[in-house]
Design a protein around this ligand. Sequence first.
Ligand SMILES: Nc1ncnc2c1ncn2[C@@H]1O[C@H](COP(=O)(O)OP(=O)(O)OP(=O)(O)O)[C@@H](O)[C@H]1O
Ligand SMILES: [Mg+2]
Length: 358
Amino acid sequence: MKFYDREREVNFLKTYCQLEPNSILFVYGPKSSGKSTVMRRVIKDLENSDIVFFYYNLRKYATPTKDEFLSIFFEEGDKKYLPNKLEFNLGVCKFGIEKNQDFKKFSLNDVFAKINESINDVVEDGKKPVLIIDELQKLKNIYFNTENQRFSASPSLRFGDRNKSLLNELFNLFVSLTKMEHLCHVICITSDTLFIEEVYNNSTLKNTSKYYLIDWLNKTDIEKILREEGFTEGEVNYSINYLSLPYEIVDLIENKKLGLTVEETIKQWINIEKDKILYLIGTQKEFEMERLFKALELFKDNITIPIGDIIKNNLMDEIKFLINNEVLFYDVINGIIKPTSIIEWHAIKELINIYEKK
Ligand SMILES: Nc1ncnc2c1ncn2[C@@H]1O[C@H](COP(=O)(O)OP(=O)(O)OP(=O)(O)O)[C@@H](O)[C@H]1O
Ligand SMILES: [Mg+2]
């Protein structure tokens, strides 16, 4: 598979991994912008360095339960860190635990102790640990029952606190590993932008986190790739108004080989997205259709809208629905909303045109 230039992003992340750990890094960006691909490239490029990557890609799994989380994160063996067999080609590791562990008896404290042991072992071996979790938000609904544990004896413990959220507790561990002990980088990748908003407003993470956006490809890079791939000037000039995501370029090349013109492929994409949005709006029961169109109309003349405009128009709930359904992307750090791709923008504009003519 071809890898198109993401030099700036790859270099940023490679340098970041080699600096002293000092904060948690959240990598975010529009759906399919290439976040996971860039991260894998960084790992591959650094395979002969002194870095040991603990890499977990939760995309591969249905939303895990507590037991599944434990078996995904830990590998039984004699060492404190072991090859992650599911990611063999990447040469990454998993946290090691002794053989024949009863996961059922594992408490949150056990989990954290094991992670700490693994990371400390890497450091003792003179190497640098980096922990990467892709699609971290999938751990959101895992809770550990803390009854009968040391900290549940606290008199101040309220009833609701018996179940501790794994993710919230993990954030505390991550802050400790990075900001406090400077032991290990923690990089969290997510395609869920409303999750990034939650993270951004999480008090544990204030002043302890950094954010890195992997956005659409820029026009100059796209033009360069298309020329290198042998597209004519006419094709480049036409498609540059529509392309933003790496896989679109891959698809365009493939379709050209299959005999489809650039115009035909792009028209097909827009139609598919238009149908998806129409189906979404037509089958939901939460909002008045008119209000969803009103939210989309904000993008008629602008590809990005400041969040303030949405609040001013009282359309936040509708916009959040469209974000949740991957029609729009919310860049919470820069305070803007935009369609998930330029193709999506064209689909939105065509839909608005039809709607306004009615
Ligand atoms: N630089 C690149 N060169 C070529 N293909 C790429 C590149 N980046 C991404 N792709 C392709 O685009 C598709 C989406 O990439 P990827 O899964 O990395 O995106 P993502 O941002 O992680 O998506 P999601 O938001 O769904 O997690 C994949 O098919 C991948 O092979
Ligand atoms: Mg991904």
